[in-house]
Design a protein around this ligand. Sequence first.
Ligand SMILES: [Fe+2]
Length: 256
Amino acid sequence: MTNLLSSSNAAVSTQPEVEAEMAAVAATAVEGEPQPRLDYPPYRSSLLRHPTKALHPANPEGIELWSPVFGEETIDPVEADLTVQHEGEPLGERMKVTGRVLDGDGRPVRDQLVEVWQANAAGRYRHEKDQHPAPIDPSFSGVGRCLTDAEGRYEFTTIRPGPYPWRNHRNAWRPAHIHFSLFGTDFTQRLVTQMYFPGDPLFSLDPIYQSILDPWAREQLVASYDHDVTEAEWCTGYRWDIVLTGSHRTPLEEEA
Ligand SMILES: [Fe+2]
């Protein structure tokens, strides 16, 4: 979930002011620079949080002693269906999102732990930090996970999330999105990003989406509607591939 806190100073900025800031930064884009731009003032809470030093080398084996780990046997197929985790059915547009995790040469990345978290149809997270006045759905937790198959494919059934307000500036709204994490083979490889929906009118207004300065790279975060994934009388379908390396890779957070 996005950090919902910001300084009182930042809260007084208006949308046009933030858009002007975003345009000014966009004018400084350098071809081939890492995406997203980590030092990105329009995204207020990132100012103090973004890395300012080189990454610290870590011994993967040492980190394994205290970092989260997982075993394949602990993952239940039901965890990939966010609509059946409670007694009642969640409200909203039932949808399926599927795609492949690929390396830079287009090869499938198998047995990858893919985790997702998202707001409900009303744009509300089930999290104490999210107190905006939209309903919590008692039948929806908004978290799921699965492993990629032999073709690198993942698939989730869920509810389409709603956009939500955050306090980056006055009247700031996030485009609807699903957070994705790929665990890798150990915790030091974990990658985190967000998937968006095609045609969202909030794209041009959102400092998180716009912190990826390269328009082509931004588009890699937008899923495609796919009628072959859509199921008759049941759910709509979206397709989104994640490319881990190479020039076509999906932009990922926390990159240096
Ligand atoms: Fe979020």
